[in-house]
Design a protein. Structure first.
Length: 410
């Protein structure tokens, strides 16, 4: 299913980023002192004028005293441009300004400690150029703008390929579970079939970061029930939740219903999974930027859809689905961890909150295939799940920005 809708998160306290639209879909975290774009001639734009262009990148700023620095970035190139302020020694970015239109000025403020800094200019698809390094001297007792080592598309290739190989293996596991599920339906072993449905559904959910890569095929496999409509009779509902509604409908399914309705739905879904597996890596593949986005979008959908009960079509296995979403989230995080360790100051806190939320959910895991229905939880229990998942998502949302590929000066 499509997993979308990113949070801005707490990165405003992590580093000053001025962003709009650039290499791909981006999260925008303006600096507290950013003002609207304006033509260069507008003297109301505060800051030291600094040129963004191929020919004179960084001209106009000559460094100065440590502390807050306001720059008026002026795009003098005549084309769309982007700019970054880089620590010249560590190559970490303190800000990244995107979507600077021709003859536009944008005011940004960063707080710098002593060191060497330079502006990087990226004009359309031209090779990035670096302005002269400028010295900032003295000391500043207040909080400095933390710098972040940028991630390039090249940096994401290795974790992306590793994740896609992992998905390929998980698709094989999913197919095997689907085959077992179909066999149990054929035998009329309804209780085992229900357990097999849950195991198969969880195997699908774990593929969380690849959902958008599956497109309409993925939506057909795991579409959401329509609010206010009986999922068993909802003609627009397909895949797992349609089968769920039929299996958990009142009374034991008749042999006719099994042959005429349930098994055809299972076979259709199995054909969709086979189509994905055969096209994986070609027709279906994960975009580099999606790796970071999905680390929080998987569980964000859990908060929006599962914890509200909107995806329950009769099995009351919402908490089992949440547990699988955490497994999928941790899988993506494991492949990104080498990039995050030198960049994400909150990585340990992120891990701790993921562990805490898993412990919350595990309280309601009664046996191997048995989870407490969401409806059985009290108000306090639900509030704790919501609160802890909210905080977990707050930390996870930083990863989307930290792994958003930026242009890097070569």
């Amino acid at each position: 299913m499509g997993r979308a809708g990113a949070q801005a998160g707490r990165l405003g306290t992590a580093f000053a980023l001025v962003a709009a639209l650039g290499l791909a879909v981006r999260l925008s975290v303006p600096t507290p002192h950013a003002v609207a774009d304006a033509p260069h001639g507008d003297t109301s734009i505060p800051g030291t004028p600094v040129q963004v262009s191929q020919e004179a990148c960084g001209s106009g700023w000559s460094g100065g005293a440590a502390g807050p620095v306001t720059l008026a970035l002026w795009n003098a190139s005549g084309r769309n441009a982007e700019a970054a302020l880089e620590n010249a020694s560590t190559h970490e970015y303190l800000l990244y300004a995107e979507n600077l239109g021709a003859d536009v000025t944008r005011s940004v403020t960063v707080t710098l400690g002593p060191g060497s800094y330079r502006l990087l200019c990226f004009v359309d698809d031209e090779t990035g150029v670096a302005g002269p390094a400028q010295q900032v001297t003295g000391s500043y007792a207040g909080a400095l703008t933390p710098a972040v080592l940028p991630v390039s598309t090249t940096d994401l290739i290795e974790p992306l390929l590793a994740y896609q190989r992992w998905i390929s293996g998980r698709l094989t596991i999913l197919q095997n579970k689907l085959a077992r599920f179909e066999k149990r339906l054929h035998r009329g072993d309804w209780e085992r079939a229900k357990r097999s449905w849950l195991a198969t559904h969880r195997a699908w959910i774990v593929l969380g970061a690849a959902y958008d890569a599956f497109g309409d095929v993925g939506d057909a496999i795991d579409g959401r029930p329509t609010a206010g409509v009986d999922p068993a009779t909802d003609r627009s509902l397909t895949g797992f939740h349609k089968i769920e509604a039929l299996l958990w409908a009142q009374g034991r399914p008749t042999r006719h219903r099994m042959r005429a309705v349930i098994l055809p739905a299972v076979r259709t879904m199995a054909a969709s999974v086979t189509r994905i597996q055969q096209g994986w890596g070609t027709t279906f593949q994960v975009a580099p930027i999606d790796m970071g986005l999905r680390t929080h979008e998987i569980l964000e959908d859990g908060l929006r859809w599962d914890l509200t009960g909107r995806t329950d079509a009769g099995s009351h296995t919402t908490l089992a689905a949440l547990d699988a979403e955490m497994t999928g989230t941790r899988a993506v995080l494991s492949f990104l961890r080498p990039l995050l360790q030198p960049r994400d100051r909150d990585l340990a806190a992120t891990d701790a909150w993921l562990h805490r939320f898993k412990a919350d959910v595990d309280r309601y895991h009664r046996a191997k295939h048995v989870w407490a229905p969401l409806q059985d939880l009290g108000t306090g229990q639900l509030e704790r799940l919501h609160a802890d998942l909210d905080q977990t998502l707050e930390y996870l949302s930083e990863i989307a920005v930290l792994t958003d590929p930026e242009k890097v000066y070569q």
